[in-house]
Design a protein around this ligand. Structure first.
Ligand code: ARG
Length: 467
């Protein structure tokens, strides 16, 4: 035969091919530049597959031992940075197998029995995503701990609460921190849910239809830490829900991070001065010597774009794909890698900033009392003491706010006589409710901003976190 028979188009699948692929095909087809990040998962899954094949009598124990030992050497080479990745070998699966063949010879060819790259890649990728979910769960716990620390220190610290970013009612800094504890707590539970749902092994689904070899999918599932094998081979190789679910949970978490980041940007501005970030978490300007920029907070605010972009990108890849595997699905990995990296970095940066941030009590208190922030307390007092319907009390308070505004004072700057021109039944006692400390202390409803309520929530969280 020709030379081509001696140098097949591809050493893995080139049997029926005579010519090498076009160079552009090789370029568009290769995923090795990024899926090398699956090397550890690929090798671990292959070792378990080989052990199972031997236990089932499908390959010999000697071959299995040679494969497992050889794969260990391949991994060592990769970890040492000595491995030569080849684009012609497309992806991590074939790069590893080709190297295994070079190292151990014939037994390497038996590893791919009763398996396909389709179930292989689904397994590797799931293991990767699962490990990242575990890391993110821990990172969220660290962030929650940092927020609880700030909440405890700031349980009595009054600050303005906002709606529409307009001063609304006084709240406490601790209460504000605890709002984020709730949000990140939900993010963590979404990841826990996603992990439980995804934890089924695709390995052994083979190309799409299962295999005629007497494999033991329960064994490999268990060895790889899965709860069970995936029950439908077509679904097992074509399912990327785990990646989509991870990215959607990551997107919601990143959206939360962006909100806290935005508040840090606003709060650390010269106009607000509610918090200070140290030198460790701010940068200078190359032209304006006075500047202290919250770059990390701004970047955390921005990273949500990458993470949501990854979700939309992958959703678009998966939409309309017929069962089972299609090469389109190779486009899953870069999205998820990029989104996961962005989330991991954002969580670490946010935890660092939350630990670093120092609230400025005087500025918070001054702002808490400004802009008629206790107007609702005044209206509530009129309801309670004068038995006014709330709507009327709202109206009277509105007139008092207008009077204060035209007099150039805040509500507690009005004299009793001035107030009585609007509502003659008002007494001296009203001034007590106009103070911000009384205002927050009065909000004792469950989940409200009263320091005792906030402390109760902190205690509940602490107990749960330490359980
Ligand atoms: N590199 C491929 C991917 O990431 C592996 C699976 C290839 N399967 C195939 N039938 N060509 O999706």
């Amino acid at each position: 035969m020709t030379d081509k028979a001696k140098t097949p188009a591809n050493e893995m699948w080139g049997g029926r091919f005579e010519a090498r692929p076009d160079q552009i095909l090789e370029q568009i087809n290769a995923s090795i530049d990024y899926d090398r990040r699956l090397a550890t998962q690929d090798i671990t899954a292959s070792q378990e597959h080989a052990r199972m094949l031997a236990a089932q009598g499908i390959i010999s124990e000697a071959d299995s031992a040679a494969i497992c030992e050889g794969l260990g050497r391949v991994l060592a080479e990769i970890e040492a940075g000595e491995f030569e990745f080849s684009r012609a070998l497309e992806d991590i699966h074939m790069n590893v197998e080709a190297r295994l063949k070079a190292l151990i010879g014939e037994p390497a060819g038996r590893l791919h029995t009763a398996r396909s790259r389709n179930d292989q890649v689904a397994t590797d990728f799931k293991l990767w995503v699962r490990a990242r979910i575990d890391g993110d769960i821990d990172a969220l716990s660290a962030l929650i701990a940092a927020l609880l620390g700030q909440a405890e220190a700031g349980a009595d610290l009054v600050m303005p609460g906002f709606t529409h970013l307009q001063t609304a009612q006084p709240v406490t800094f601790g209460h504000h921190m605890m709002a984020y504890v709730e949000m990140f707590g939900r993010d963590r539970s979404r990841l826990v849910d996603a992990r439980a749902r995804m934890n089924e092994s695709p390995l052994g689904a083979a190309a799409l239809a299962g295999t005629s070899f007497p494999i033991d999918r329960h064994r490999t599932a268990q060895a790889l830490g899965f709860d069970r094998p995936a029950a439908n081979s077509l679904d097992a190789v074509s399912d990327r829900d785990f990646a989509l679910e991870y990215l959607s949970a990551a997107s919601i978490c990143a959206a939360h991070l962006s909100r806290l980041a935005e508040e840090m940007v606003i709060w650390s501005s010269a106009q607000f001065q509610f918090i200070r970030l140290s030198d460790q978490w701010t940068t200078g300007s190359s032209i304006m010597p006075q500047k202290r920029n919250p770059d990390a907070a701004e970047l955390v605010r921005a990273k949500v774009g990458r993470i949501m972009g990854a979700l939309i990108g992958l959703m678009t890849v998966m939409k309309g794909l017929p069962l089972a595997y299609s090469k389109d699905m190779q486009e899953d990995k870069e999205r998820v890698f990029d989104g996961a990296d962005a989330l991991g970095l954002s969580l670490a940066a946010m935890t660092g900033m939350v630990r670093d941030m120092r609230p400025v009590p005087d500025a918070l208190r001054a702002a808490a009392g400004a802009a008629f922030s206790t107007a609702t307390d005044l209206a509530d007092w009129l309801v309670r003491r004068l038995d006014m319907p709330f709507r009327d009390a709202h109206h009277v308070t509105g007139s008092l706010v207008k009077l204060a505004e035209t007099s150039g004072v805040d509500l507690d700057g009005l004299s009793l006589q001035q107030m009585q021109t609007v509502e003659p039944r008002i007494t001296e006692e009203v001034f007590a409710v106009l103070g911000v400390d009384n205002s927050v202390a009065s909000r004792v409803s469950y989940g409200g901003t009263a320091p005792d309520q906030v402390r109760a929530q902190i205690a509940r969280w602490r107990e749960q976190e330490n359980a």
